[in-house]
Design a protein around this ligand. Structure first.
Ligand code: GDP
Length: 297
């Protein structure tokens, strides 16, 4: 379950205030120290924690809170508001083109869940928007990636365009887009290559695909379980490709929650979806307010 540790620590910190009735400025400072440690332990980005604690403390020391009959409740509300803000406030929808097809390019490091997420998204578009997507297999470096996408495609009944591993990814995308135009697919989802780390060759290739395909959406998948590393990866990809959104995968296995709480502030880009399991239906829209309530337990 996500955020286990953080939820427990936040509840403990605020719980101490509940026992006190009326609270003082010193009590607020004490609880904020504990919240700060809880966030750092959850692997939230240092600067994000600093700004968050400062904002919450300033609001909590305000007269209305200290003079209130239910100060702990007020502080919970402030923490909830500010957590929601840190994660972007509102859910952000998938971009859509005025004309068909809407082109979505999926990028990310190997193992982050890129191919799986591509399949999940195609299924979601099919089920919820009655879409007729085409998936393009442009990861030629891992033959298994093409097989994996084809098997996924069969399981969700979405066509996959592939040309094996001997053709350049840019060429595959070009041909795939031609096929989509011919078949009048309304969405095209491009699976790209991933590496273990960000490197120049990968970024060059992705930039070439971006130039050719002019995607409406460049979705970056990052693995929530990797915490601050996921945040660094998001920063790196965003600097090179100017991504339009992030999918945070494996949130079902992330017990800390640092990536969810840092990515928006660090990159300025919204988390659009969260992956919460291995099944094709385990992809959900990211709602900052719901996530904040979940964190507070
Ligand atoms: P890629 O190399 O980025 O294309 O990664 P894959 O799509 O092959 O995914 C790597 C592994 O992560 C696979 O075993 C997936 O089933 C798993 N995976 C992907 N998304 C999720 C998720 O949201 N939750 C869990 N638990 N596993 C996931």
């Amino acid at each position: 379950m996500a955020f286990e540790g953080l939820t427990e620590r936040l509840q403990n910190a605020i719980g101490k205030l509940r026992k006190k009735g009326k609270i003082s400025e010193a009590d607020v400072r004490e609880v904020m120290r504990e919240i700060r440690l809880a966030l750092l332990e959850a692997d939230v980005n240092f600067q994000v924690v600093k700004d968050f604690v400062k904002t919450v403390r300033t609001r909590a020391i305000g007269a209305e809170v200290l003079e209130s009959l239910t100060p702990a409740q007020q502080i919970v509300k402030i923490v909830n508001d500010e957590l929601t803000k840190v994660m972007g406030e509102e859910a952000v929808e998938l971009n859509k083109s005025d004309k068909i097809p809407t082109i979505i390019m999926m990028v990310g490091l190997q193992g982050a869940g890129k191919t799986t997420t591509l399949g999940k998204l195609a299924l979601k578009l099919k089920n919820e928007k009655n879409a007729r997507p085409l998936m393009i297999a442009a990861d030629i470096y891992r033959p298994a990636a093409i097989d994996q996408l084809e098997i996924l495609g069969k399981s969700i009944d979405v066509p996959v365009f592939s040309m094996g591993t001997d053709v350049s990814p840019v060429e595959i995308v070009r041909k795939g887009l031609e096929l989509a135009a011919e078949k009048k697919n309304d969405y095209v989802l491009i699976d790209t290559a991933g590496r273990l780390q960000i490197d120049e060759l990968l970024m060059d290739e992705l930039a070439q695909i971006k130039t050719l395909a002019q995607p409406d959406e460049i979705l970056l998948t990052v693995d929530a379980m990797t915490g601050q590393n996921a945040v660094e990866v998001a920063k790196g990809f965003n600097e090179q490709l100017d991504v339009t959104g992030v999918v945070l995968t494996k949130l079902d296995g992330d017990t800390r929650g640092g990536a969810a709480l840092s990515i928006r502030s660090v990159t300025g880009k919204p988390i659009k979806f969260i992956g919460q399991g291995e099944k094709m239906t385990d992809l959900d829209v990211f709602y900052p307010d719901r996530m904040s309530s979940r964190i507070l337990g």
